[in-house]
Each structure stands twice: as C-alpha cells, then as structure tokens.
Design a protein around this ligand. Structure first.
Ligand code: CA
Length: 366
C-alpha cells in the first residue's frame, strides 16, 4: 500500500469508528461504554513481589499466574512480574502499589499488620482457620467484603493469591517437653505466632532469610520456624536443629495479589474477570503443590530428624495467650473487632460440620 492510500484508508477507518462510537453511545450505559473502550486493547501491568525471582512454589506460582493472564486474554493482558528489590524493596510493595508507582504486588498479608492490626486476620491466625477455611470465609462468609473495604482506604484492591496450607511449628535445637523449656529461648518467628510465643517466655527474633541458618548453627538463636518440609529442606535447618515440631501458628497463611484500586477499576470487565479467575487457579494450584511437595519432602526427611508435637500445656498456654491478644486488639481497634467478629462467626458456623465431616472421616480412615 502506498503512503497516500494508507493515510486515506486510516482516515476512512477513523471516521467509521467515530460514527460507530456515536451510534453506540445512544444505546449503552456509561459502564458498558467504559468496558468496550478498553476491549481488545493491550494492557501491560507491573507487578512486584516480595520473593526472589522464581522462588519455589510462591514465586513460580505468580509467574504462572502472569502467564495464564496472557493466555486467557489472547495476549491483550500482559503482567510483568518483578522479583523483590528490582522495582521496589520486598516490604515496600504495599506502599508502592498504594501510591500507584507500580500496578500490583504479590506478597504475604501478615507483613502489613503495622498498617492496620486487622490485616493480620486476613493473613491467617495461629490456632485458627485452615487455608481452605480461610478461602471459604473470604468468598462466602464476608471476609472479602471487609478486606476490600479496609484496603480501599489505601487505594488497594486485594485478591487471594495463593496459600501455604498448614505450616510446621519449627526446628528446635533441644527437645521441648514442658512450658518451662520454652522460657528464654530465642526463636525466629514473625507475626501473631511470635507475639504469642513471647507471652510464653520466648524471645522472638526477626532475621532476614539469608541469616537464619547461620544464626541457628552458631546458637545465636535456639529455634526457627519457616514453612514446611518442602521449603525448609532448602534452608538446611535439620543440620543445626534436629527437633521438628508440628504446626499450630500458621494453619492457613494467605498470600495476596493486590492491585492499585484506581488501576483495577480502569481495567475492562473482561480483564478483571481473567485476573480473578487466574488468582483462583493460582490459589488452588499453590495449595495442591504445597501438599504434594511437602508430602515428598516429609517422606525424604533425613533419619536424624525427630518429629515432635508440642506438649499439651504449651498449646493450652498458646490458646490462652491468643485469647488475650484478640481481646486486647478488639478493645484498641474497631476494625480488628469487626473483622474478628466476621471470622469467628464463620468459625462457629463451620466447626460443627467440619468435626462431623472432615475430622471424623480422617479419624476413621486410619
Ligand atoms: Ca512461617
């Protein structure tokens, strides 16, 4: 096509689009118009994570999510994933997305309790709901409505973006046979779990991932929790602390894919639906992958590893400490109280049925 022909064709095409646009405007509501303006247009979004590039299960999960958004949209939705510290530091992804410096982030909800203590409930609670229960509360029990309302104040729109399944209670250098044995121990354990451990006499320590093994090996700390066998084995903790305790503090931690709210609202309804579907797929797949990889890694634990469960008095004391923390926070913070009430209402609804269905079945399956 000669240049002049091209210009003419473009002009005719543009006129046709303008006329078509006028005609359409008469028939459709403003909302439909907004959706169709973006339809078919390529959109590129920048998403930063709190993980190293392609970190197993969490990082590869968000890579797959981005690829699925591309596939499902026929290439019109491109999500560029940036590992931690490339665009923004790992724990500044929340602020950067809130300020629209980036479009979205993938991280753990428990990191943001300093923004609002109520956020810690959306991230998962010690001795609380499992991953599957958390997702059910979000979708059917009102969790999402509250989460989106509270994140809305930070100009954010959150979606569940994976979950870890039940985590292990951590690696200890010495066996814990009583509550007394915990007193004075230094343990790397973040979040609400750490706060409870502190009330049981433990000194909770925060350490960057790269320093945990050396600190444990040198005895600077006496214990650490991490995730579960699949990810723990890469850290080599068994070589420094042979007692591996079953979990109580992170029964269902929630990860998130969170968008800048204004950016989210500008996306077409088609792209919003694709992202929503891709996060649901990501969450299911991450839970399945954690289950499978943990099962294999558990089977293959070295022989010197001693699996232990905390003594009943430790769990009783942890339960009492959790109750204290929850009632203290509820008095101090109205949001915390509201979210906790919704969470507990779901627990009370679900628990009797879960006892009869899942728990009973697992007991008789043997
Ligand atoms: Ca953990």
């Amino acid at each position: 096509m000669k240049r002049r022909d091209f210009l003419t064709a473009t002009a005719v095409g543009a006129t046709a689009i303008v006329l078509q646009g006028c005609h359409r405007a008469e028939e459709e509501t403003p909302k439909d118009k907004a959706v169709n303006v973006n339809k078919g247009k390529k959109v590129t979004l920048k998403l930063a994570t709190s993980w190293p590039a392609h970190f197993p299960i969490m990082g590869t999960g968000v890579d797959r999510f981005a690829a699925r958004c591309g596939e499902m949209s026929g290439g019109t939705l491109e999500i560029k994933v940036f590992a931690k510290n490339i665009l923004v530091p790992a724990l500044q992804v929340f602020d950067a997305t809130s300020a629209a410096q980036i479009d979205a982030f993938h991280s753990g909800v428990y990191y943001w309790k300093g923004k609002n203590p109520a956020f810690s409930i959306f991230g998962g609670m010690p001795l609380g709901l499992t991953s599957e229960e958390m997702i059910t509360w979000m979708k059917f029990g009102g969790g999402y409505d509250l989460w989106r309302e509270l994140y809305g104040r930070f100009n954010l729109y959150p979606l569940v973006g994976g979950t870890t399944g039940p985590q292990m209670g951590g690696w200890f250098k010495k066996e814990i046979t009583s509550l007394e044995d915990l007193k004075g121990l230094k343990m790397r354990i973040p979040g609400l779990g750490g706060e409870i451990m502190q009330r049981l006499g433990v000194n909770p320590v925060l350490l960057p991932a790269g320093e945990i093994f050396t600190s444990l090996e040198r005895g600077t700390i006496d214990a650490t929790e991490w995730v579960g066998p699949a990810l723990d084995k890469m850290m080599g903790f068994d070589k420094a602390a042979p007692y591996y305790y079953t979990g109580w503090h992170e029964p269902g931690s929630i990860l998130e894919v969170t968008f800048n709210k204004a950016r989210w609202e500008k996306l077409s309804s088609e792209h919003q639906a694709i992202i929503t579907a891709a996060t649901e797929e990501m969450t299911a797949q991450m839970l399945q992958e954690f289950r499978y990889e943990n099962a294999k890694a558990f089977r293959d634990l070295p022989e010197h590893v001693q699996i232990r469960t905390f003594p009943a008095e430790v769990i009783e004391a942890a339960t009492a400490a959790l109750k204290e923390v929850l009632s203290e926070q509820s008095v101090k913070n109205e949001d915390f109280k509201r979210v906790l009430e919704s969470y507990q209402a779901f627990y009370r609804l679900n628990q009797p049925w879960d006892e009869i269905s899942t728990k009973n079945f697992l007991d008789i399956r043997g």
